[in-house]
Design a protein around this ligand. Structure first.
Ligand SMILES: Cc1cc2nc3c(=O)[nH]c(=O)nc-3n(C[C@H](O)[C@H](O)[C@H](O)COP(=O)(O)OP(=O)(O)OC[C@H]3O[C@@H](n4cnc5c(N)ncnc54)[C@H](O)[C@@H]3O)c2cc1C
Length: 490
């Protein structure tokens, strides 16, 4: 039942003399959100909204510079898509030649801490075209398999060491804006509505919820062809006989190909068998599956749900339900059709839908995809990356995608993409930065999201310390601090 139909039904019920909830009929938005029922709970120098890979790194970077930092998340752990979403591996942190690790800083530190706990494999040892990359050969060199449960712990330890205060189960509701300056936010927490007064705010919500609410303009998906990249619900399985699975895949590697935008890659021959038996109705005709740290564990990126709007609860609920239906179908597929998958166990589905794209917040500069293709290194460089331009569903087909090669060994990401237009006291980072849809398809993955988070935390800390604005902060200071924090720059 759609929202409008629900309201209509509620009206009919009223007509029949059935009373609707007093909350539904009497709580107007104005009445619900007024000064009297919002507790003034927190005062901080920096508020980071969103504890995904980007927000965590923003908070740690600022915390290490002595800034009193509050990191809030609507969930109950840090890591965003990397933990709640079960997404992995970390995409490449190397240059296009596969020779040098160019995303370092907090990303490299996180990886090393995971390795010390036996919870990641170093990217230097992970090459494309292997079971760790779903045997994909393009753009997947030197990925990093990791354990999401241990990532939650590592991030919490790093925040604690940087004196970052974490607040879970706290959802951003409204920006507190005075004139053109953001002054904090109202949160919905287990104790009701609470306000945070902050000298500076970083929007790391992925969806750009803070900036949008504060009145900053944005585009949604790709405005030209009116689409967002499809969403996928990730899941993890274990108890896989990996030797038998690999033995089934390797002889088929020469057949891996793309036809009319659909990839026929891993297990496409088994998918054909399932399809012939009427047991496959997914858009993808192969299974993107990545071996994880433990030999019997695999990360599955195969479900596909189109036109998901993560800013609409009803739409998102339908997508989550459809995602889990697709997971059931895939588990049946592993048990019945995949050598080595007969006894696979579902370890878990993502506790959040994997959203590849939503809002792109308008900043001082909109990163164009051409600058990535051309390998442009901007004057206000904050991060080097070589992640390929990976736009799922770009060709409009049910499963199509677009990989655009970059012409140089790497490209640079400018500070200006982190500075939202027409507002003071705010930085944006992670998936929602100011970029066109195709450019966002490259920089949305976790290593660049973490690097951009670190840069935004450093910039915010400098703005607070120097009493300046996001547009006027001295780039030389940002560069100096990035270098001090082990970020690889040229
Ligand atoms: C299907 C899919 C496959 C992917 N595959 C890979 C891959 O293989 N490798 C890779 O490196 N990357 C991959 N990515 C990309 C990557 O996971 C994300 O783009 C990345 O996590 C973005 O980081 P972020 O911190 O910006 O946002 P997120 O990871 O989305 O984190 C945002 C955080 O903000 C919180 N939040 C949101 N709204 C609110 C609110 N109102 N109040 C409080 N908190 C809020 C959320 O709870 C979440 O913790 C994939 C993404 C998807 C969707």
């Amino acid at each position: 039942m759609k929202r409008r139909e629900f309201l209509k039904t509620a009206g009919i019920m009223g007509g029949l003399g059935i009373t609707t909830s007093p909350l539904l009929v009497s709580c107007s938005k104005e009445k619900l959100i007024n000064d009297n029922n919002i507790k003034d709970s927190y005062q901080t120098q920096l508020l980071v909204v969103g504890g995904g890979p980007s927000g965590v790194c923003a908070a740690i970077a600022a915390g290490r510079m002595g800034i009193r930092t509050l990191l809030v998340d609507s969930g109950n752990c840090l890591g965003g898509m990397g933990t709640k979403g079960l997404i992995g591996p970390f995409m490449t942190s190397y240059d296009a030649a596969g020779e040098t690790m160019i995303i370092r800083g907090l990303f490299e530190e996180t990886v090393n801490r995971l390795i010390a706990k036996g919870a990641a494999l170093h990217p230097k040892d992970i090459r494309q075209g292997t079971e760790f990359t779903a045997w994909i050969n393009v753009g997947h060199d030197h990925c990093t398999p990791f354990d999401p449960e241990i990532l939650k712990i590592v991030y919490e330890q790093m925040c604690k060491e940087a004196n970052v205060k974490i607040l879970y189960n706290s959802s951003f509701v409204k920006a507190i804006v005075s004139g053109r300056r953001i002054k904090g936010a109202v949160l919905f927490t287990p104790s009701g509505l609470e306000s945070v007064q902050a000298d500076w705010v970083i929007d790391a919500t992925g969806n750009g919820s803070v900036a949008a609410d504060a009145g900053v303009n944005y585009t949604f998906g790709d405005p030209e062809n009116k689409r967002v990249q499809p969403a996928s619900l990730f899941f993890r399985i274990n108890n896989v006989d990996t030797d038998r699975l690999v033995a089934d895949v390797v002889p088929h590697l020469p057949e891996f190909r793309r036809v009319n935008g659909v990839s026929y890659r891993c297990l496409h021959w088994r998918v054909a068998e399932a399809e012939a038996a009427g047991e496959w109705d997914l858009a993808r005709k192969s299974v993107n599956m990545f071996r994880s740290v433990e030999k019997d564990q695999w990360v599955i990126n195969c479900s596909r749900i189109h036109n998901v709007d993560p800013t609409d609860a009803e739409n998102l609920t339908d997508a989550e339900t459809e995602g889990r239906r697709q997971v059931q179908e895939l588990m049946n597929f592993f048990h019945k059709y995949v050598p080595g998958g007969e006894h696979a166990t579902l370890m878990g589905t993502g506790s959040t839908m994997g959203i590849r794209e939503s809002r792109h917040i308008l900043g001082d500069y909109v990163l164009p995809v051409q600058s990535l293709i051309d390998g442009t290194i901007p004057d206000d460089l904050v991060l080097l990356s070589a992640n390929s331009i990976d736009v799922h569903g770009a060709q409009g087909g049910p499963a199509g995608g677009l990989y655009m090669p970059i012409k140089k060994n790497m490209y640079g990401l400018p500070y200006r993409c982190l500075v939202p237009k027409d507002i003071e006291g705010l930085h944006i980072t992670g998936r929602c930065i100011s970029a066109d849809s195709a450019a966002a398809g490259a920089v949305r993955v976790m290593p660049p999201a973490m690097g951009l988070g670190q840069a935004s935390g450093i910039a915010a800390a400098l703005c607070i310390k120097n009493g300046t604005t996001a547009s006027k902060v001295d780039y030389a200071d940002i560069h100096k601090e990035l270098s001090r924090q082990n970020v690889y720059l040229i």
